[in-house]
Design a protein around this ligand. Structure first.
Ligand code: NDP
Ligand code: KPL
Length: 302
């Protein structure tokens, strides 16, 4: 039994270092990483493990015979290119798990790929500290399932595999709804904190609170039009609870902006904007945020 982790960044190495406690794990990155990788646990303990790392140049060495699953853990905008590199080496029936935020690559890859393709969404938090260390910032909950509720036995097996190594995971048949709920949270928090370069908790300040509320209103209308059931507590409470729980965080989109990296704004905002356009809904706040992030990433684009 072995797991291939494509995209050895923060989340990829968090998974790898957990799975390696019990399974063979191979990393596939664009470049070689140090063989010894360190996980700093939320309690501050440092765990060191030797991991095998492949690159496109050494992909011939990949043994797919006993591959339990491939975890695609790149950012959303890099997922399809990463998978294209691997595809010629991958048997069709190897399970693929998509770990991206947003709702962009998930429907496309689920539709186009032959073979089982599951999606995972997680509230685990991790960040890289250089190429050798990944910091597990906070434990969370992970959900896994197929967009149409297929492969429930496979989802259950993978959920127990992940839970057994410390990534608390539930197999679900409504992963689509859970992905949209996470997207609602990310849409309400990430673009604003990235724009104003503030920590999540500052969204509660008088200057920003009305902006968050306006976005939640647009998002909730789109979700209703898309027949996505609201969370039990409603969208406003969902978002404000996450803001409170992650008050000290610099959200991933802010970190990307500060590090001058591309952001996942298309994967998070475009599904909402597309749905709004199809349903004839007005989304001035979401559209403006998307435009700002797009202009930053693609200066000169119309
Ligand atoms: N970090 C977190 O706490 C959470 C992350 N997520 C989601 O998980 C996904 C991954 O996030 P995160 O780990 O933080 O992102 P990172 O940027 O830390 O990691 C992405 C990794 O993908 C690699 N990569 C890019 N292109 C390829 C390719 N063609 N082949 C192989 N590897 C490639 C990057 O390599 P390189 O260094 O060469 O660029 C990098 O190592 C995102 O969608 C994010 O939203 C969800 C919940 C929490
Ligand atoms: C929930 C939130 C906003 C926490 O920071 C997140 O998922 C992110 O940073 O991308």
């Amino acid at each position: 039994m072995s797991h291939l982790i494509v995209g050895p960044g923060a989340m990829g190495r968090l998974l790898a270092l957990h799975l390696a406690e019990r399974h063979r794990v191979v990393l596939l990155g664009r470049r070689c990483l140090p063989r010894y990788q360190i996980l700093t646990t939320p309690e501050g303990e440092r765990r060191r493990r030797c991991l095998e790392c492949l690159t496109p140049a050494s992909l011939e060495e990949l043994d797919t015979a006993d591959l339990t699953a491939v975890h695609l853990v790149t950012k959303a905008y890099a997922a399809e290119a990463a998978l294209a590199t691997l595809a010629p080496h991958l048997p069709n029936d190897t399970p693929l798990i998509l770990w991206q935020n947003g709702f962009d690559v998930q429907p496309r890859l689920t539709r186009h790929r032959r073979g089982p393709t599951l999606c995972a969404t997680t509230t685990e938090g991790a960040y890289s500290s250089g190429d050798e260390v990944v910091v597990h910032a906070g434990r969370g909950q992970t959900w896994i399932g197929h967009l149409d509720g297929q492969y429930s036995a496979l989802a259950a097996t993978l959920a127990s595999t992940l839970t057994a190594v410390g990534i608390d995971t539930l197999a679900v048949d409504d992963i689509r709804v859970r992905l949209w709920h996470k997207l609602a949270v990310n849409a309400a928090i990430n673009p604003l904190v990235a724009r104003f370069r503030i920590r999540n908790g500052q969204l509660r300040d008088r200057a920003f609170r009305p902006m968050v509320d306006a976005i939640i209103e647009e998002v909730a209308a789109i979700m209703a039009a898309e027949a996505i059931p609201p969370p039990v507590q409603g969208f406003p409470a969902l978002v404000w609870d996450v803001v409170a729980a992650t008050a000290d965080n610099r959200a991933s989109m802010l970190q990307d902006v500060l590090a001058d990296r591309p952001t996942e704004h298309d994967a998070i905002l475009m599904p909402l904007l597309r749905a709004a356009r199809e349903k004839g809904l007005d989304t001035p706040h979401l559209s403006a945020l998307h435009q700002q992030l797009d202009a930053r990433q693609f200066p000169g684009k119309e």
